[in-house]
Design a protein around this ligand. Sequence first.
Ligand code: ATP
Ligand code: MG
Length: 328
Amino acid sequence: MTSDADTVIQTTGLTKRFGGVDAVNGIDFQVRHGDVYGFLGPNGSGKTTTIRLLLGLISPTRGGCSIFGEPVLPGAAALRCVGALVERPAFYPYLSAVDNLLLYAAARGIDRDRATRLVGPALERVGLTEAARRKLAGYSTGMRQRLGIGTALLDGPELIVLDEPTNGLDPGGVVEVRQLIASLAREGATIFLSSHVLTEVEQLCDRVAILVRGRIVSEGSTRDMLGEGERLFLRFETGDEAGRAATLLNQRDIAFERLDDAPALLVSAPASEGARVNRLLGEAGLYPGELSVRRPSLESVFLELTGDRAVEPTASAPDAPAAPATVT
Ligand SMILES: Nc1ncnc2c1ncn2[C@@H]1O[C@H](COP(=O)(O)OP(=O)(O)OP(=O)(O)O)[C@@H](O)[C@H]1O
Ligand SMILES: [Mg+2]
């Protein structure tokens, strides 16, 4: 794996063994500038352990990682460019959000004047301006989580690392936090995000690694991973038209599946083939009332790769086909 000026995170054979368990087992991945990188895996697959390794909070048993080209060691200078939220952030319950952030800033070596300037915008960013002076003891789980993200964003880090940022939030909180991450991504932040919520990764991340028992079983662009199983859905007015379309596709050796409950076909072709298939049908006087692209959800890809292990149920994308996609 090559590394260049655009590489923000690089791991090489990164391994962490606890007792007899390889929590993280020889993983290699690269996060580049501007990536929103999803680290997806079921409970206990090693996501938090990897993040703790990336942040220099624990040392690897073997292999290593670098951030902005600098090997990660406790206190490495590059870690000052990283804002992180790891598991449940711990705050002082009898202090306000402002005072908690000022304490965090002091621990991070930010001088008081600068910290005072940074706190207001960070709290505004995560929607906590009105609650800024309230004691944390009265905060909801969602507010604490948003404060955790505000902490990660405090001094405009070049890399933002978020460990399951929507964990424990109610549906409204989940949407808010996702919107916040999406807006950071639009502004060009490099984000490394762990999650076991598939739809979250699907919606937010342009690259994804799937982790199972400490190993990466698949890695690549989210679009490619989902694009593998793309199909074209064609719906006709009548069964007769669908039958004629089926005959035509057979003649052209284009694979498809006929649906039982509608005059419709699912053609095994990617979105990029849509115009060609439509033209072919049009030339034979067949005009589908609907031509749409069906993509597999990341959930179906994930279930196939993880063998259905310890995955929390999540809603699939509405247009997901029933059959799991194959990722090679
Ligand atoms: N400090 C530790 N001591 C011993 N074992 C540990 C320690 N931290 C993690 N483990 C083990 O390592 C494995 C990976 O744990 P980790 O917390 O990294 O998983 P995770 O993917 O973050 O899971 P979750 O989705 O539940 O947060 C698990 O088997 C866990 O029990
Ligand atoms: Mg974890």
